[in-house]
Write a protein that binds this ligand. Structure first.
Ligand SMILES: [Zn+2]
Length: 307
């Protein structure tokens, strides 16, 4: 699904953007997805043959134009991988602390509703999940989590459920999939009450991801890339207060990616193959310890805003 957006301006802050920093052929992306995940993404691009990656020098957002986002079928394919919808994430623990007792809470891109169940149980929150057409069928026993499908009149429907406004809106690993993040944030602000909170997590594009660019970080999966600076710019752009910005420590299951990024960086700096191998051996050993990994920045950044 491609969304038509003015190519001359940033899709988040609206400022003029420079010419594309990189262009990808759809053939190249299709082959990459086939090799990495045995998923055929070609139909997602319809008749599009090239996508370009733009960068905004003001808000630091990287964004693909055209913004080709994945269909339900595409996410259905990814959902077959057991790791794709994780029932627990680092940001869940961060966000749980930021949800007041008995808050009304809406989560966009709620998956199976694991975070919603958690805050309903531990914080007595009044929860609502919004899914975006992804065919995630709640398992037995989970059907009592109220969920809404995105689409026509979504903000009106949410206001119908919470007429006094919502206390907390969450969007975890969501914005990087959105073709129009500005419209999304405007929608969020239209349902939050004054003083309400917006809790966001995104992959940190200023971290190890920038050195390896994994397939999942490309369309039709991720269509934007976010850095801490971009999250600060959101506060400036929408007159929000950024109360808290936190970095996920390196997770055990991201060690291999982190090491691959380290090698890519070492190679680009001209480190000899023998030296690379030595460093890899040492790092592989030390990264087994969570006491060491906790001091290394991992995959995700988390931000808490107040309206
Ligand atoms: Zn911008």
């Amino acid at each position: 699904m491609a969304e038509s957006i003015d190519e001359s301006s940033c899709i988040l802050c609206g400022r003029p953007s420079a010419p594309p920093r990189e262009t990808f052929s759809v053939d190249e992306l299709t082959e990459d997805w086939r090799r990495s995940f045995a998923v055929d993404v070609r139909p997602e691009f319809a008749n599009i043959t090239m996508v370009s990656l733009y960068h905004c020098s003001f808000c630091d957002l990287d964004f693909f134009i055209p913004a080709v986002t994945g269909s339900s079928e595409f996410y259905g394919e990814l959902a077959k991988f057991p790791w794709y919808y994780m029932s627990d994430k680092w940001e869940f623990s961060m966000a749980e602390k930021d949800v007041p007792h008995r808050a009304s809470l809406v989560e966009f891109g709620c998956g199976k509703g694991d975070f919603l169940k958690r805050v309903r149980s531990r914080k007595k929150a009044d929860v609502l999940g919004v899914e975006l057409g992804t065919p995630v069928v709640p398992e037995s026993g989970e059907r009592d989590i109220p969920m809404m499908r995105a689409g026509e009149g979504l903000t009106r429907r949410i206001r119908g459920v919470f007429p006094k406004g919502v206390d907390v809106v969450c969007a975890f690993q969501f914005l990087e999939h959105a073709a129009n993040p500005r419209a999304f944030i405007e929608d969020v602000l239209s349902v939050l009450r004054p003083g309400g909170r917006l809790l966001i997590s995104v992959p940190n594009d200023a971290g190890f991801l920038k050195d390896i660019r994994p397939t999942l970080h490309t369309p039709p999966h991720h269509v934007t890339r976010w850095s801490p600076r971009t999250l600060e710019a959101v506060a400036e752009q929408f007159a929000l207060t950024l109360d808290h910005l936190a970095y996920e420590p390196l997770a055990r299951y991201h060690r291999e990616l982190w090491l691959a990024a380290y090698v890519a960086r070492a190679r680009s700096l001209g480190v000899s193959p023998l030296e690379q191998k030595f460093r890899m051996t040492m790092l592989s050993f030390f990264l087994k310890s969570h006491l060491i990994r906790r001091w290394i920045r991992g995959h995700t950044i988390y931000a808490r805003y107040t309206v």
